[in-house]
Ligand binder design. Structure first.
Ligand code: RIB
Length: 304
């Protein structure tokens, strides 16, 4: 069973606006284009893992609308097992994403069906938890459901991964069930309630979370690389130098690459490197799920 991941998370349709500059408050600018791309942090991570050759089960919800239909088609085409995803009355999650000419973005998510992912639905699908080895969560479904899902996964002896995005306050009852926490700097600051300005302060903040029960903390630092912290050591992994087109789903692609390796090899360093390669390829393309690289692309990728 060493090859099955379960993602419990969000499914969105992204409406992506490309523009020279992202407008400030009260400003109006002309954009270049608008496209509809399948996204959602959960779905992106599931697609990334699946494209890297691992079986991925998925628990989440979409509306019975055209967006939901197209979102499921995208996940299915990437090989994600969509059989347990529930289609409900109401709208599919939507993300409005502005991307500027340097590849920077801002995102507003309207959760829609993602908000309905509740404890009952997870309990009904306990067999899907049992059939998976590693369970991955983000924070685009209700926090109570994430808390329950983490507890359930731990009780069943699974490896748990939490990507605490978008940033939220997390209580100790959540942290104690997380084996691998993968925040960015802002999320680490929010969860630890500590200053996070450099390597030293990031290590301190990560160690505080380790005292609360998290086993490993992996901080994604964008162009500054990835910082790994556990009880005994820490290490900075420099980033790959690539031409950035769109940073949307950079974190999701890192997690996809990391999980696809870690779930089999259980080697953190090798998994971080695979995550970095996956992200380096993803950010050279526009979009989220359709920017995720294949296994062949990741295996052929070399540091410049
Ligand atoms: O992490 C990127 C994702 O965040 C986008 O695909 C969007 O849907 C939001 O969930």
């Amino acid at each position: 069973m060493d090859n099955t991941a379960l993602v419990v998370g969000s499914i969105n349709m992204d409406l992506v606006v490309s523009t020279e500059e992202i407008p400030g408050l009260g400003e109006t600018v002309l954009g270049n284009s608008i496209t509809e791309n399948p996204g959602g942090k959960g779905a992106n991570q599931g697609v990334a893992i699946s494209k890297l050759g691992k079986r991925v089960n998925f628990l989440g919800m979409v509306g019975k609308d055209g967006l939901g239909h197209r979102a499921l088609k995208s996940m299915e085409a990437a090989g994600v097992v969509v059989d347990h995803i529930k289609r409900i009355d109401g709208t599919t999650g939507i993300a409005i994403i502005n991307v500027d000419k340097a590849g920077n973005n801002n995102i507003i998510v309207i959760p829609g069906a993602n908000e309905k992912v509740d404890r009952n639905y997870l309990e009904e699908n306990i067999d899907v938890f049992k059939a998976s080895d590693i369970v991955i969560f983000q924070l685009e479904i209700p926090l109570e459901s994430v808390k329950f899902g983490l507890e359930l996964a731990k009780k069943l002896g699974k490896i748990t991964v939490l990507n605490p995005a978008p940033a939220a306050d997390l209580d100790d009852d959540i942290l104690k069930n997380v084996d691998i926490l993968i925040p960015n700097e802002h999320e680490l600051k929010r969860i630890s309630k500590m200053e996070v300005v450099d390597e030293g302060s990031s290590v301190k903040a990560a160690r505080l979370l380790i005292e609360k029960g998290v086993k490993k903390v992996i901080v994604t630092l964008g162009a500054n690389g990835v910082l790994y912290v556990d009880e005994n050591q820490y290490k900075l992994f420099p980033s790959y130098n690539v031409e950035v087109v769109d940073t949307t789903a950079a974190g999701d692609s890192f997690i996809g690459g990391f999980v696809s390796s870690y779930m089999v090899e259980k080697n953190v360093e090798a998994a971080i490197e695979r995550g970095q390669k996956t992200a380096a390829l993803c950010i050279q393309r526009l979009g989220a799920q359709n920017a995720m690289p294949t296994r062949q692309e990741v295996e052929g990728f070399k540091r410049i």
